[in-house]
Structures are given as structure tokens and as C-alpha cells.
Write a protein that binds this ligand. Sequence first.
Ligand code: AKB
Length: 316
Amino acid sequence: MASKILIIGACGQIGTELTMALRNKVGNDNVIASDIREGSRDLMESGPFEIADATSFESIENLVIQHEIDEVYLMAAMLSATAEKFPMKGWELNMGSLFHVLNLAKEKKITRIFWPSSIAVFGPSTPKIDTPQTTVMEPSTVYGISKQSGERWCEYYHQKYGVDVRSIRYPGLISYKTLPGGGTTDYAVEIYHEALKHKKYTSFLKEDTELPMMFMDDAIKATIQLMEAPSEKVKVRSSYNLAALNFTPETLAAAIREHIPEFEIDYAPDFRQAIADSWPSSIDDAQAREDWGWSHDFDLEKMTFEMLAGLKDTYQ
Ligand code: AKB
């Protein structure tokens, strides 16, 4: 029998594309999408969907039992900018939901977990360039603190209880199918929409703020690759550094101008600038490349082409 997958937070930016990719791979009925709200029509119509609150152990456990779930992808999270506004809610969602799935795995009700971490685990005292897998980690945001604590708990549950939990420190993710919500790297998605809509964008980060980023297709590829890797190859049980490209608002605008020459950008940094300034500019992901063969496909030019092509119809 095919293994059954539950995606919690399936209607978010990553969850939507991950659900569709996994449904294509293992069959629509084997991937149960769940979220606190309904999502895109494709997602809702292509397979089973359940409304569930990630902070309720009972709702998650019920879904696991009812659908005989083996693997859980826990994609529900409050991102960096929103969690600064609602610290306790951010902590409760990000940590509470993780404990629920870790405890279900400890009780042997599920066999494998994917949980996303983030470059937000790093902080101002971390080396900024080519940030190593193992280094100083003193995150200065609520989101970063929750992700770093989560990583420690993942490793702990793996070592103490043998829980098969796997994780990636995602950089900023760029996609055209679903909008991100509440992150510091969201500007890199908004800019494409505004370039097509108004040929102008005001960035909430300064022109020279360099951050690690990745096109969504690469992030989905990495996630599935990590989950399919033989257990002995997954040597890091906190979370893997993962990298593809790094750019600033200025270089991204220049890449867009190759397609839309009249595109203009200006800058009005807000509270998200301080968050971005505390994060790395580039990441060393040698361990992911070595342990389970990760490699990325999209550079800035290829991603920009795909983003503009993918959004064109929406704004014509
Ligand atoms: C955010 O900006 O909060 C996220 C992240 C880097 O984890 N995109």
C-alpha cells in the first residue's frame, strides 16, 4: 500500500506547490491537504482536503488516525515579519504544532516528519558570508528563536526517541502560484507582481541588502529529495543549510529590467530592514550537497524568466 501523507498548512506558499507535487508523485488520494482555511481551486479539487488547526493536538491526531497517515509535512508557520507583531501567537503556532507532530511520531502513530526551518535561525553574530552549517546562532527575531528551538527539539527527538524528522533551513522562496505572507523576503515576490502591474516597485528593504533566495521549484525538489533519502544519508537531524542564489533588491530590479526596460524601483525601508540585516547574505550548503546530492537548477535569470512568464496572464 502506498504511504499516506498529511500536509499541515497546505494552502500557504510552500504547502500549495508541495501538495500538488506530492499528489503528482504518489497519487491524489494519498496526499491529504489540511489548513485552517481553504486554498486554491487546484488544491481543493485535486484531492482530499480537511480544515484543521495546527495548534490543536486533537485535530491533528484525528486526521492521522482517520486517514492512516505515515508521513507528515508540517508547513504551517507564522513568518518573521508577522511574528514580530504577534510574538506569543507566533511562538504558540510555530512550537506548538511542532511538538504535536513530534509527539505523534514518538508514540509511533506516524513514521516520518518534514519540518521547515529557515535562515532566520542565524543572527547578527553569525558569519554573514557563506554561513556554515554549524556556527554561532543567536537569532534576534521571534520567528528565528522559534525555528532555532524547533531545530534543537527535532534533534533531541531523533536522538532520544528515534523519531525520523528531516528539515531544511529555507532561504527566501520565490514563486508565482501562491503569495507568501508575512515574511521579510516577500519583497522578492511582490516586485514581480508590481513590475507587471505598475512597472514600478517601492522596496521595503534597502537597495544593497543581500539575502539568500531560491525559486520554489528548487525548494520543492530539495524537500522531496530529502524525504526520499535513505535514513543513513540524513546525517543532520536539526536542519540542513540550503542555497541557490543571493541577490539584492537592486540586482533583482536589474534582472527584471532585462524584460521590462521601463521598470523602476525606489526604496522605503521599514522595520523589516533590521530583520534582514540580522540574516546571512549567503549560505554554505556543502553538507546537503554531499549527504543527499542536493543541487539547484534556477539562477537569477532563469527564475526571472519563469516568474514573469508565470504571472503574465494574471496582469494582461
Ligand atoms: C521570512 O522572510 O520570514 C521567510 C524565511 C526566510 O524564512 N521567507
